[in-house]
Design a protein around this ligand. Sequence first.
Ligand code: GLN
Length: 482
Amino acid sequence: MDLTNLKARELIAGYKNRDFSVEEVVKTYIDKIEEKDKDINAYVTVCAEEALERAKSVDKKFQDREEMGILSGVPLSLKDNIAVKGVKMTCSSKMLENFIPSYDSVISERIKKSDGIILGKANMDEFAMGASTKTSYFGPSKNPLNRDLVPGGSSGGSAAALAAGECALSVGSDTGGSTRQPASFCGLVGIKPTYGSIPRYGMATLANTFDQAGSLGRDVEDAHLLLKALVGRSQLDATSVGNDSILKEIDYSSGEEAVEFLKDLRIVIPKLYMDLELDPTVKDQYEKAIDLFEKNGAKIEVVPMDSLKYVIETYYILTNGEIAPNMARFDGLRYGHRTDKYENYEEMFRKSRAEGFGDEVKRRIMIGTHILSLEFAKDYYYKALKVRNKIKTEMEEALKKDGMILCPTSPILPPKIDQDISPVEMYKADLFTVPANIAGCPSMSIPMPLVDGLSVGMELTAGRFKDHEMIKAALGFERSVK
Ligand code: GLN
């Protein structure tokens, strides 16, 4: 039996049964990373020694029949923008190539408390700006389903590690789709909960009002398990919220009968999405998904939602407006890379930043600075804030009474790694994922069965704090697809 094929919950059951030890499983994972990751490039840092140490102590807890945390002995990876005390955290940028945080993020603290085992830090687009991992300073990760293709991004290393069997669960972050889109490209489930559900303390900020950590698993139950370990308010993040909806039980033992969960669901299809020119495979899968919901008793409603036309512009204006000031802390003095030769401080800042940041980061800092400037703020930033409100209101209206938006997670299939795509073309592909971040809603991607070896994910987005309803519907859908 290849232990790396087991789901997280199957590992936990196996430990309880004494079928294998945590140490055995962690060793197998480390060997697999050793063997495969030179090619997949999913990890920036592997913590083999620490992981084995922890495995031993979790084994001992099992032996002593202590009370176990909900991730007991599950080997997982964390996106490299999430701080783990004493472990390098690069955000896949030269700027932070040698940065070692002196404290744990709330996320890693909760993983440790739940007895999860951190195998390492996963590759990503630089500072989470991108959708392919191609902006990583450490080079792109490969999609394990087809190594010529990107795994998606920005949490592409997380998805690649999980799909390659190099971890059993992974934590990503999602500012505009970065957990859901790579899940969709790699045949996984990716959940972004309601904004604030997972405290952001210790997760490098991209755009504060959009950022939310997300969980990646090989199926709905696994992704939900990880989420349960991470949610809950923390005093360290004033924007964090309690969200009991994620902790509500779902009957995963129900097998095929879970398709019943789809009965009488209100599924919203934005009219705009019907008229879009999508990749033919994606369109075909979308139609299949709608049919499946309908066949199992869901009610399909086509709703105009005209403001969704403006999501890309709104998202990129507002996030760049938040990104530019957030990136100011990386100046070679407080944090990060410092240039070797400089005459004065002014030059030190300028050269350190010029050397430390990649093109995409620089592009966004420049756009953000421009649109926030006195002269342009009213034409761009303030206008986009108003449009954000309009989109939010329209989504709240469409999602009330437990409605859920169904759409593909990405309008395109994973592009080839060596394919040249302009930044604007890449931005446009975020069309389906950014609305949930604009409105703070929970949203998740569930894979359809592979088509010619490729994965197409379907996305469900629910009203705020309706995470439970969304995950339950996703389970019903997952079981109906099989
Ligand atoms: N692709 C989007 C962007 O580049 C999403 C990034 C994210 O969610 N971190 O901004």
